[in-house]
Design a protein around this ligand. Structure first.
Ligand SMILES: NC(=O)c1ccc[n+]([C@@H]2O[C@H](COP(=O)([O-])OP(=O)(O)OC[C@H]3O[C@@H](n4cnc5c(N)ncnc54)[C@H](OP(=O)(O)O)[C@@H]3O)[C@@H](O)[C@H]2O)c1
Length: 252
C-alpha cells in the first residue's frame, strides 16, 4: 500500500478506502462517461488501485448490486434449480487465497453470475457474494455450483461490521476498496466503517438530474452530515484532480 502514515489503521477489520471517479458535478455515471474528456481521469482512477504499480494495494473491492449488474452481469436472471438439495447453513468459502476478490453486495440473491472469475480491464478476481438470510436455498446452491464463495452478512439487512470481520477472517482481506455506487458508499460512511476517501475528478459535466452522485441515501440510510480531512490534492493527467481525504468518523 502507499503512504498511509497519516491514517490510523483499524486492527480488527480491514482498512477501507472508497475510490471513485466523478464528473465535476459529482456524478458517478451518465452521459459524461462517454465524453473524450474523461479518458485521462479514467486511467488515473484505474492505475491508482488496479495498475501495475498502484497507490492502493488491496485484496478486494466491494460493489453494490446495481454497479455489478451495470458493469458485469447486465441484469441477467440467475439460472436456479428450485428443487436443489438443501445446502449447509452459513458461509461458503470456495477460494480462500485469491489474489483479488470482487465482493458483490446482493442481499436477496439476485445477480445472474455465469462464472466465479471476473475480468476488469487487466484485473482478474474471484467473485464473492454477500447475502443475507433473505437469499433462497436455490440461489446458494446456484453459487456453489459455479464455485462462487458467499458469506451471510446478516438476517435481513447487511451488517457491514460483521461483513468486514468475515472478509478479514475467512479471506485474509486486510485492505478493502469500497467501489460504489453511491448507495453502498454512503451506507459505509454512515456506519463509520470507511477510513479514507479517494476521488478522481474528471474535467467534464453533464448537469443531469437523474444520475447518482458519489454518495446517495436512496431512502436506505440517514443523511447525517459527515466531515472529511483533506490529505492531498494533486493535478493529474488529462486535467483531472485526485483528492484524498480521511473520514472524520465519530464527528458530524
Ligand atoms: N464512477 C465510478 O467510479 C463508479 C464506480 C462504481 C459504480 N459506478 C456506477 O454507479 C452506478 C450505481 O450506483 P447506485 O448508487 O445506483 O447503486 P449501487 O450502490 O451500485 O447498488 C445499490 C444496490 O446495492 C445494494 N445495496 C446498497 N447498499 C446496501 C445496503 N446498505 N444493504 C444492502 N444492500 C445494499 C442494494 O441492492 P438490492 O436492490 O438488490 O437490495 C441496492 O439497491 C452504476 O451505474 C455504476 O456503473 C460508478
Amino acid at each position: 500500500m502507499g503512504d498511509m502514515s497519516d491514517t490510523t489503521l483499524p486492527e480488527a477489520r480491514p482498512f477501507v478506502f472508497c475510490h471513485m471517479m466523478t464528473s465535476l458535478d459529482g456524478k458517478i455515471m451518465g452521459r459524461y462517461m462517454s465524453s473524450p474528456g474523461v479518458a485521462g481521469a479514467g486511467k488515473v482512477f484505474y492505475d491508482l488501485a488496479f495498475g501495475e504499480d498502484p497507490y492502493y494495494r488491496h485484496q478486494g473491492w466491494l460493489s453494490g448490486r446495481v454497479t455489478t449488474d451495470d458493469n458485469f452481469t447486465h441484469y441477467r436472471a440467475p439460472v436456479l434449480d428450485e428443487n436443489a438439495a438443501p445446502v449447509p447453513e452459513g458461509d461458503f468459502v470456495a477460494v480462500s487465497d485469491a489474489e483479488k476478490y470482487y465482493i458483490s453486495i446482493d442481499a436477496s440473491g439476485r445477480v445472474g453470475w455465469e462464472s466465479a472469475v471476473l475480468t476488469y480491464q487487466t484485473t482478474t478476481a474471484h467473485v464473492l457474494e454477500v447475502l443475507t438470510g433473505q437469499a433462497s436455498n436455490a440461489y446458494k446452491a446456484f453459487l456453489r455450483g459455479l464455485g462462487i464463495s458467499y458469506v451471510i452478512g446478516g438476517d435481513e439487512e447487511v451488517d457491514f461490521a460483521l461483513l468486514l470481520d468475515k472478509l478479514k477472517g475467512l479471506f485474509g482481506i486486510d485492505t478493502l476498496m469500497l467501489g460504489g455506487g453511491g448507495v453502498l458508499n454512503w451506507s459505509f460512511i454512515q456506519a463509520g466503517l470507511c477510513d479514507e476517501l479517494s476521488v478522481v475528478i474528471a474535467p467534464v459535466a453533464d448537469g443531469s438530474s437523474d444520475t447518482p452522485t458519489l454518495f446517495e441515501t436512496a431512502g436506505r440510510t440517514s443523511d447525517t452530515p459527515r466531515g472529511f480531512s483533506l490529505q492531498a490534492a494533486e493535478a493529474r493527467e488529462g486535467g483531472s484532480v485526485w483528492l484524498r481525504y480521511t473520514v472524520d468518523n465519530g464527528e458530524n
